[in-house]
Design a protein around this ligand. Sequence first.
Ligand SMILES: C[S@@+](CC[C@H](N)C(=O)[O-])C[C@H]1O[C@@H](n2cnc3c(N)ncnc32)[C@H](O)[C@@H]1O
Length: 310
Amino acid sequence: MQERARDVGPWSLEKLAYLKDYLVEFAKVSQSTRAATYLDLCAGPGQDRNRDNYAEIIDGSPLIALSNYPKIQRYIFIEQEPRNVESLRETIRERGYQQIRTLQVIPGDCNLVIDEALAAIPSYAPSFAFVDPAGLEIKWQTIQKIATVPGRRRRIEQFVLFPLDMALIRFFLHEGDISDVWGSQVIQRIDELMPDKFRWRWIFKERQSGSLSSTETRRRLAYLYYRGFYLLGYKHVLQPKLVVRPDGHPLYLLLFATDHEPGMRIMDYVLHVKPRLDKPIPLFRVESFEFGDEDTWYGPAGEPIELPGS
Ligand SMILES: C[S@@+](CC[C@H](N)C(=O)[O-])C[C@H]1O[C@@H](n2cnc3c(N)ncnc32)[C@H](O)[C@@H]1O
């Protein structure tokens, strides 16, 4: 049998535990519409294996979502890697889910096939998108398309991994030019990842000049991303949850944006309140990313800011 599961750190189990807890409640509150939709932009092969314990193979995000069928009615899984697409399809067959006529696997880059995916979602369907990249892959334009589908009563809600420490911050050199060291395509990817092209550069320059601490640099980058969801028009954007390794090293932030107040309350409970002691996952240290409504350094909403020294 082909090796199908993807090796993951134990922190991925934490992320999937949040997804699972939320989707159970999302399914309950949405079931009466008979149209609830789950969209996965980075679906993976269907199963994950804990790299700290090879015997532990768990369902990945698509299978977690499918366990809520038929309360959640429609499934759209996007995956770029052909081997993962094949594994995902095999796992779906094995579990008997291929019978679901409203299940669709779309192979390809989610940034390119997103329009096709969004066109398949009925405008009246309560809809949830899980955006779970491994690095800088997700373009803000894709997040924006999901948030601004015309003719919808309620925006598609989004649960998004922002790869702050596991990817973005690694490119923030203490000195020198990012493009000299990493190549100009990295700049372009960061430009595409972030809600605007200006503020992250400003933060980068301030960091290099020594006027921002590492913590303040990270907090500001997180704030830019978080603020981006408000600018897209979401009514509720939760304070981000920072996921860290068991040794305390920070990895990524989880953000949730929705127009649906009950959804906001449920995810707030899942991410920030519910005790995790019942879960077979290590206890993680939680760092708070508390933001106010306004940050004085941010500048006028949506406006390019003046870059120091530019
Ligand atoms: C962190 S894994 C996601 C795992 C999955 N959500 C799970 O629970 O097992 C990221 C996945 O996204 C896929 N991927 C990366 N870039 C992508 C893109 N632009 N479009 C679609 N899939 C992508 C990778 O091949 C990988 O399978």
